[in-house]
Design a protein around this ligand. Sequence first.
Ligand code: XMP
Length: 328
Amino acid sequence: TWTMESFVDKEVERIRQLVGPTAQVVGAVSGGVDSTVAAVLMKRAIGDRFHAILVDNGVMRWKECETVKATLQEKLGINLVVADAAELFLGRLKGVIDPEKKRKIIGLSFIEIFEQEASRIDEELASHGESKIQYLLQGTLYPDVIESISFKGPSATIKTHHNVGGLPEKLKMKIIEPLRELFKDEVRALGSILGVDEELIWRHPFPGPGLAIRILGEVTPSQVEIARKADKILIEEIRTAELYKNISQAFCVLLPVLAVGVMGDQRTYEQVIAIRCVETTDFMTADWYPFPYDVLKRISGRITNEVRGVNRVVYDVSSKPPATIEWE
Ligand code: XMP
């Protein structure tokens, strides 16, 4: 009979056979469940011959880079390099307001930085007389494989671009996809067996373009800071209220409008945060989450009190369709 334990043993063996005794493997990690589970499996199979690369694109969440580093490197013992490219990404995003342009800039820059980092690792290995990088790990799941075959709209094609087959041409690497026969719930079960934290296993999906598509209008360092703080508060309160697992995806959107408010006897003219929380099984359709008022009230109070530059919070009551889950 098929069990997750037997899957681990078989897959580890298959990876060892495929990669052989000396070749090296690279893979991008994001802190999400798929890339993390794939990385842990790889570490199990070939140890430090697997090199994980985390690209800091400047639009990740609050302390996300540090958190991923602590989890993957320190806790799971994975050989990790962090490419600090925040300034480069933010520089290229300057003045850009079109959502698809943001996606394109981030997607292409990601590939560029990833390739750079992989080449650097390759050179370093060569200087130690070690074998070259010959494989690229991808955390592709079965639904991604299906999705890349059928067209499902603008964000699906980008997701495809990001997850399936869109990576390095130049490096001439062969692709390893240990999760390509698994569904999400199976990847979670696998992660559990491999010792990945429950919190990470149940993490809501986070888009490749990150906060850039949750900051409507121009993405500037100060806008990123506002979006990060608001998002942090939302997630904290949702966790405290023990609602995190009931919601499929929860995030804040920073709107490019100014609204009038009042603080003390001063008139303010500041930005608006929209809270977006949805319930869905397949992310193709979604319902807005019927948020308990008391929690909503606490979140709104905290955001307007703690996040400088925001004086108003609204709750998004749109289903998908006709709205999408993200605002961009
Ligand atoms: P939409 O907004 O299309 O989102 O209803 C459906 C799911 O896809 C995620 N999403 C993305 N993921 N790159 C990604 O990796 C993207 O460009 C992208 N756009 C949307 C979204 O967060 C939701 O889970």
